[in-house]
Design a protein around this ligand. Structure first.
Ligand code: ARG
Length: 572
């Protein structure tokens, strides 16, 4: 249990006695003491008593002796709490023998579907898919570690009208040729060529339309060609996932097409409940709470006027399947913020239809864009959206060059290994360390810097600790007594015992910049400690204690970065 919570539990009963009603003591880390509570100030008016008098009485009643070395009223009525070294040392010792590093498994594990990545067949993945893939994978890793049953859902765009022209283009090219082009990752060229023919050639347009009908009608020869397109693209996406070190596998592909057989039931259910209305020939739901600029209710199109089903229908079927068949109670959608409205409408309609009722709930884990150095949407020199693979390869190349420069002794293979861990880590960390609701600027210099809130900084701190143990040829003894006489030791200990609270917070809000920020604070605290407190040169018991602090820091850094999907090489 973390200190904030422990102190809160001690103060709350005292506040309640004094105030006559339950009060949140609002315990926070503070500059003046270790922790501060300012709840007495807020109570003063309600109780008609001076805040200092309230605070003094709370202190008299609160049981703090074993936890705090000092507890005093300060200023207008703050409670300043200084944690006893013995209490802090006890927590560090408990952590040292805890394989979960102070992060208990979820008391009530649930089934969570994480819908992420979701690239489109025969189209290049772009940087928007990068964010979804990186954030979604971190969510899947973290929730799984907490003991939830995680189902990864890669909602591939593998169905719909564009497949008419894509299949016709495949027919023109010849299947072998097309497969070759696609598996090499030349997806954009393929898509563009199809598009260009479609725009220029009426006969091709007509063929494409007929092809869509054949596809939807289940024509075997058409389906076979469609499968070829899907398989080649999937193969390419798996390459990207491998390069990016994400946990998505081929078992996680649940493309839009996989819901085809469920669409009729969706329409039936909605119809039976009287939720479907015709609008311009299309069958629509009008979910409550969604209105356009003109104040008119907005339709969610379930079946188009041509009888086909689109994106909204597929997402409705997916919700119904995920709660009803898979038994999920938490549905996460890691998709860019521009799709917020779409998901709000889908959730509202699904709730009306009875597919999304508490405890089941859905959350849009939205995110902003990646911007170029000029502050505009990231584009390549040619003005096109940047290809994901090109971006990742550049990251790895830059990091490999840096690794060679810093450490000329690294062999070829190790330099490549380190370059990959650092380059990919830097890209992921730049994303996860910024507030996902906002846009962020892709800045190579900054994200690969060894200083600041970056992956290389954290990876470096980790490898530095590992090298202490390697050089000395020894291990930390988790049962060693902990002494925290130096301020830098205390400061590090406070960070270490805070890991659990941060992970719990991220489990709820899926805001990974809180975890990144925490790991950065931990590394900063470690570096300050390491500068001031000799480890190997210290005497017996102090040395034993400091080795535990070192080892714990390394373990928390490794576990924390692992949750973010970032590797920690033993040497940089
Ligand atoms: N394929 C979509 C796109 O590229 C993302 C899919 C998101 N997931 C979902 N269930 N709609 O925008």
């Amino acid at each position: 249990m973390d200190l904030e919570k422990m102190l809160t539990d001690r103060l709350a009963p005292a506040f309640e006695t004094v105030a006559g009603v339950p009060v949140d003591p609002v315990v926070r880390r503070s500059q003046r003491a270790d922790f501060q509570s300012d709840a007495a100030l807020a109570l003063a008016r309600r109780l008609g008593r001076p805040p200092r008098a309230i605070a003094t009485e709370v202190l008299e009643r609160a049981e703090l002796a074993d936890l705090c070395a000092a507890a005093e009223v300060s200023g207008p009525g703050f409670l300043n709490l200084t944690v006893a070294d013995s209490a802090l040392a006890g927590l560090v010792s408990a952590l040292a023998t805890d394989p979960r590093l102070g992060v208990p498994p979820a008391p009530e594990p649930e089934t969570v579907v994480v819908d992420y990545s979701g690239p489109n067949v025969a189209k290049e993945m772009h940087v928007g898919h990068l964010r979804s893939t990186v954030i979604g994978d971190a969510a899947a890793r973290l929730l799984e570690w907490l003991g939830h049953r995680v189902i990864r859902a890669n909602h591939l765009g593998d169905w719909g009208t564009p497949f008419g022209m894509l299949i016709e283009h495949l027919v023109d090219l010849g299947e072998a040729e097309a497969a070759q082009e696609l598996s090499m990752g030349d997806l954009n060229a393929f898509y563009k060529a199809a598009r260009a023919k479609f725009d220029a050639d009426e006969a091709f347009q007509e063929r494409s339309r007929r092809r869509v009908v054949a596809l939807q009608g289940g024509d075997e020869a058409t389906l076979r060609r469609w499968r070829l397109l899907v398989e080649q693209s999937e193969r390419y996406f798996l390459n990207v996932y491998d390069l990016l070190d994400v946990t998505l596998t081929e078992r996680d592909f649940h493309g839009e097409s996989s819901y085809n057989d469920l669409l009729a039931a969706v329409v039936d259910d909605l119809d039976r409940l009287g939720l479907l209305r015709q609008s311009d020939g299309a069958a629509c739901v009008f979910p409550p709470g969604s209105v356009g600029r003109d104040g008119e209710p907005l339709p969610l199109i379930v079946r188009k006027s041509d009888g086909g089903y689109g994106y909204p229908a597929t997402d409705l079927a997916a919700v119904r399947h995920r709660t009803g068949t898979l038994g999920a109670t938490r549905l996460l959608y890691v998709v860019g913020l521009p799709q917020r409205r779409h998901f709000e409408m889908v959730y509202a309609a699904a709730a009306q239809a009875g597919w999304l009722i508490p405890p089941a709930r859905a959350e849009h884990v939205g995110f902003g864009s990646i911007l170029g150095p000029d502050g505009r949407m990231l584009r390549s020199r040619a003005g096109e959206s940047v290809k994901l693979v090109a971006l990742l390869e550049e990251a790895v190349a830059r990091a490999t060059a840096l690794a060679r420069e810093r450490n000329p002794e690294l062999g070829e293979a190790e330099a490549a290994e380190v370059g990959r861990a650092v380059g990919i880590g830097a890209v992921k960390y730049a994303d996860l360390s910024s507030d996902r609701h906002k846009d962020y600027v892709l800045d190579w210099e900054r994200m690969l810097s060894l200083d600041g809130n970056t992956a290389p900084y954290l990876q470096y701190a980790y490898s530095r600790i590992r090298s202490i143990f390697r050089r000395a040829g020894l291990h930390a003894r988790p049962d060693a007594g902990i002494s925290l006489a130096e301020p830098a030791e205390r400061a590090l200990a406070f960070e270490l015992v805070g890991f659990g609270a941060v992970v719990t917070e991220v489990e709820r809000g899926l805001e990974f910049h809180h975890l990144a920020g925490y790991l950065h604070r931990l590394a900063v605290a470690f570096n300050a400690f390491y500068e001031r407190c000799p480890v190997l040169r210290a005497d017996g018991p102090v040395r034993g204690s400091r080795l535990v602090l070192c080892d714990l820091t390394a373990r928390v850094l490794r576990q924390g970065l692992h949750l973010l999907g970032i590797r920690t090489p033993e040497r940089l």
